[in-house]
Design a binder for this molecule. Structure first.
Ligand code: GLA
Length: 377
């Protein structure tokens, strides 16, 4: 993709770009919907990414051509409005950076991506962090991964109108090659955690899609806030299982189950990090399976296809565990497999999923990649 994007830039602008940026998608191994509860998540940046080749402009405009879209994004940094579509992520980052007091130079560039949109692999966070890096590069300020993640979340919450947490931007900006990252979403501290030896991660795209602005995402968030209020804490992170069990019967059934997912998922995520450090693939897999069940029964963010895909994957010899990944309501299953059997598991799951549904899945092995970076040209 590197060569392709440089050539596309040269064709568009007649010279080589000054900066080439790569910003990865992510897969979350465990810790789902815990981020906006101030909890723990355990994602890794993947080898699918947004690529952005840019050069600065003197006139304070931003112009971006996407190889996947017909309409370019073109606006002046002094005056811009909502326009819908992928431009919103570019404009939202500009707005968030300006509001945070950054002095921004304009730029122009070409963008491409092989992160499937709406599949739960965070194509939008990858784009936001790429745009943040483009502004940092041409305006000459340092790219701070945590600060930039906060501004990416602000873009989602305040410009796009999706009330998401900070996991996706944190992992896109701060991912490390060869490691997943245990992120404490309260203080945004991170700890790199290696995958157990001899395992591989398969991403299994169900070919069903979500959008965060019209799905039940915001509704789930509200339930969690209600539950936190009931327990007298700012976030469900602060409720232990014992405290939950002591008063669970006083909650209505839906709020009770939403809270139970978050509280148990935080525990599972910490246990998963410990299992990974101990090289215990079996344990990690069990925790992933339990996470899926909780997301299905208690949090109710799976759809039929995610349930079918996870069930088929979990039944394969060589599979340690499988679960939906990302916000849910469509998208991908993440599966931990014996690395020697990765291909065999992928082929078997694809065949069985295709006979169980009318859909054609995409299944691929992924590896933990680095976070958003400017690459040598
Ligand atoms: C989406 C959001 C994240 C997180 C996940 C669920 O990916 O963008 O902030 O809440 O859903 O874990």
């Amino acid at each position: 993709m590197k060569q392709q994007i440089i050539e596309a830039f040269e064709q568009q602008f007649g010279e080589r770009p000054s900066h080439l940026i790569r910003s990865p998608g992510r897969v979350n191994l465990i810790g789902e919907h815990t981020d906006y509860n101030d909890g723990f998540v355990l994602p890794m940046a993947i080898d699918r990414a947004v690529w952005l080749a840019v050069r600065g402009r003197e006139d304070g405009r931003v112009l971006v051509h996407s190889l996947e879209q017909t309409e370019p994004t073109d606006f002046a940094l002094t005056d811009f409005q909502h326009s819908g579509g992928w431009a919103e992520y570019v404009k939202g980052m500009a707005r968030a950076l300006l509001d945070a007091g950054y002095k921004l130079a304009g730029w122009e560039g070409v963008l491409t991506s092989d992160v499937p949109v709406g599949s739960g692999l965070s194509s939008s966070a990858a784009l936001e962090m790429a745009v943040g890096m483009a502004f940092a590069a041409v305006s000459d300020f340092p790219f701070d991964g945590v600060e930039m993640a906060r501004l990416g979340q602000k873009t989602e919450n305040e410009w796009v109108g999706a009330n998401t947490g900070i996991m996706d931007q944190m992992i896109a900006a701060n991912g490390q090659a060869g490691f997943a990252l245990l992120i404490d979403c309260r203080d945004l501290s991170t700890e790199p955690i290696p995958l157990p030896k001899g395992t591989a991660v398969l991403i299994m795209d169900t070919a069903t899609r979500h959008t965060h602005t019209d799905s039940g995402y915001n509704e789930r968030r509200k339930s969690c806030e209600r539950a936190a209020q009931f327990f007298g804490v700012s976030h469900l992170r602060d409720v232990t299982i014992e405290q939950f069990e002591a008063r669970a019967a006083e909650l209505d059934d839906v709020t009770m189950r939403r809270a139970r997912h978050i509280i148990t998922e935080n525990e599972r995520t910490l246990a998963a990090a410990a299992a990974m450090k101990a090289g215990d693939a079996e344990k990690l897999g069990e925790l992933m399976n339990a996470s899926h069940a909780s997301l299905h029964i208690d949090f109710e963010v799976t759809n039929n296809e995610l349930d079918i895909m996870a069930r088929i994957a979990q039944a394969q010899p060589g599979c340690f565990g499988a679960r939906m990944t990302g916000g849910g309501f469509g998208g991908c299953v993440v599966t931990l497999v014996d690395e020697k059997r990765a291909e065999e598991v992928g082929t078997a799951v694809a065949a069985q999923y295709q006979s169980a549904t009318p859909l054609t899945p995409q299944i691929f092995v992924t590896s933990a990649s680095a976070g958003t970076a400017v690459l040598p040209l």
